[in-house]
Design a protein around this ligand. Sequence first.
Ligand code: G
Ligand code: G
Ligand code: MN
Ligand code: NA
Length: 249
Amino acid sequence: LTKETEIMNALAQGDFSLYLQPQIDLRTGRLAGAEALIRWNRKDGELTLPSEFIPLAEEVGGIEALDEWVISESMKILSTWQQQNIGVPISLNVSGIQIANLSYVELLERMLLEYQLDPHMLHLEVTETAYISNMEQAAEMLARLRKTGIKIALDDFGMGYAGLNYLQHLPVDIIKIDKNFVDQIPADDALVRIVASIADVLALDVVAEGVESHAQCEWLLEHGIYYAQGYWFSPALPQEEFQRKYFLI
Ligand code: G
Ligand code: G
Ligand code: MN
Ligand code: NA
């Protein structure tokens, strides 16, 4: 079995699931959003991490099919929420090679219409560590999506060498500070302060990733970083569990 066939089979058999990790507004303690994170529940019990199979799918094939599944799955969830007047946005991770891909953008647009969703409820996470070979095309695609109302987040901010370059060239609404920097606060807060002031100058929202303590939450709130995601609140949960926990449904 080729790796691509394995991924396509798993898709067909429903072996992937989309988990949701809460993003919390530190000012109110309430749910502000959810990041969609893919999981592969293999029948052979082998643990396959997205950090392994996503790059693999990009390399050997299957990433388009995976993306399509992730998008439709997220939109089904958003559609259910919309029907219940739950205005909580979902953030999708988009792989580096898909950002500049016109068919990815068209797929998103088509499905937003199909599910009759408010585009503001969809955020796209572009990772700072992805290599974007055609920056102009990526910027054009993101600008087009942003015009529909989709918000763009720069993920893993601080971890690549390209962060400032991406901020300069790509239309971005939100910065997600990488866990490695968040881990250092409150003891060593120099780099997170810098990110906070960059965000302030550019009038961007900031989400701190990998928050694992109350002390981190206090520091973030004091420094004007209002959104947090991490095990302190919850890991990514299966959809049903997420909904039971946050919406009592
Ligand atoms: O929980 P965590 O192991 O899920 O995620 C590991 C990495 O995989 C993260 O960098 C995350 O952005 C990425 N990832 C998770 N789900 C998806 C997805 O649906 N699409 C893409 N492209 N990347 C994903
Ligand atoms: O690259 P991206 O930010 O999309 O990936 C998020 C990854 O971080 C996922 O693997 C997710 O499960 C993981 N994660 C989320 N919150 C925490 C946390 O508080 N601690 C740790 N160690 N990992 C986390
Ligand atoms: Mn992410
Ligand atoms: Na990240």
